[in-house]
Design a protein around this ligand. Structure first.
Ligand code: DOR
Ligand code: ZN
Length: 349
């Protein structure tokens, strides 16, 4: 198979940022994906329906003429979020989910939940309305090794949450471990998971190859090879519980190449191509359409896209950004190649 035509894919986990950076990164996603679930971890976070609708307008205003793209908005859950806000979000028709960051777990998560018990009335309302809860599933307990934070979160927080709210619909975001794969597989259909391209393609060695490589640092951090191969198995299994979410998370170069570099891998400029490469290597290209274009929409109870995207097995070079401009984000594989490209040859902006 040298070409592959898919129902146009969607990205079920994306960071678009705001202002200049939003305008820089949005075209890469809109070129590939029809829709994306847009993360609310701005500074300050997107906490209310009004803020989500205003952010949505800024995204649409940043879209270059002639491109179409539908941002699917989310709210950022804080200790102060009220069930009324969930009702307003649901009624808006534009807010599709609520994001649960444990306070301090990752970039711009300091306003996150300090104790999930406080959010019980919110979870109750979401369960009633069928609104998905998107979870950054890592404990913040400094006594827990960073490579174990996802597995410990499942035991300490996710299992009790699912017990207390058995029909709450949950996406465990950007899973990175064999433990998470197994847990999602064995759970009821109320639980699904997104998987990034970088966690399918790289293990933790990538962060240390010949030196410290900040552009491979993200949260949850890359794990060892046995976990990567469990993720490949899950993504290519045909199970509708696993679907595409890039977690493309751009930061200005100066914030990555620093003594305390930010977490986040900017994969949008080659996102679907990287997934095609991962599925191709696993001899599972026939499973890419379900993972990229159908299972996520089904979970979110949205229609499949009507148009298509054709990929071809031709190496594409991911452009480097101007090394003199410290504000630009550096894409994954910048200056290197990906083995698939979008068929009309315009894969790279
Ligand atoms: O690596 C990450 N970057 N993980 C996250 O959870 C947040 C994201 C970001 O916003 O930069
Ligand atoms: Zn994210």
């Amino acid at each position: 198979m040298n070409t592959l035509t898919l129902i146009r894919p969607d990205d079920w986990h994306l960071h678009l940022r705001d202002g200049e950076l939003l305008a820089t990164v949005l075209p890469a996603t809109a070129r590939r994906f029809a829709r994306a679930i847009v993360m609310p971890n701005l500074k300050p976070p997107v906490r209310t329906t009004a803020e989500a609708l205003a952010y949505r307008e800024r995204i649409l205003a940043a879209l270059p003429a002639g491109m179409s793209f539908e941002p699917l908005m989310t709210l950022y859950l804080t200790d102060q979020t009220q069930p009324d806000e969930i009702r307003r979000a649901h009624d808006s028709g534009q807010v599709h989910a609520v994001k649960y960051y444990p306070a301090g777990a990752t970039t711009h998560s300091d306003a996150g939940l300090t104790d999930p018990a406080r959010a019980a009335p919110v979870f109750e309302a979401m369960q009633r309305l069928g609104m998905p809860l998107l979870i950054h599933g890592e404990v913040t307990d400094p006594a827990v090794d960073i490579f174990d934070r996802e597995a410990v979160f499942i035991e300490r927080h996710l299992i009790p949450l699912m017990h207390d709210f058995p029909s709450l619909r949950i996406v465990l975001e950007h899973i990175t471990t064999r433990d998470a794969v197994q847990f999602v597989r064995e759970s009821p259909d109320t639980l699904a998971a997104t998987i990034t391209a970088h966690h399918l393609l790289y293990n933790r060695n990538a962060m240390f190859r010949g030196g410290l490589r900040p552009h491979f640092y993200c949260l949850p951090v890359l794990k060892r090879e046995a976990h990567r191969s469990a993720l490949i198995e899950a993504a290519t299994s045909g199970s509708p519980k696993f679907f595409l979410g890039t977690d493309s998370a751009p930061h200005p170069r100066q914030d990555k190449q620093s003594a305390c570099g930010c977490a986040g891998i900017y994969s949008a400029p080659a996102a679907i191509e990287l997934y095609a490469e991962a599925f191709d290597t696993a001899n599972a290209l026939h499973r890419l359409e379900g993972f990229a274009s159908r299972f996520g929409a089904d979970f979110y109870r949205l229609p499949h896209n009507r148009d298509t995207l054709t990929l071809e097995r031709v190496a594409m070079r991911v452009p480097e950004t101007d090394p003199a401009d410290e504000r630009l984000p550096v894409p994954l594989r910048a200056g290197e190649t990906v083995s698939w490209r979008i068929a009309d040859g315009n894969a790279v902006e």
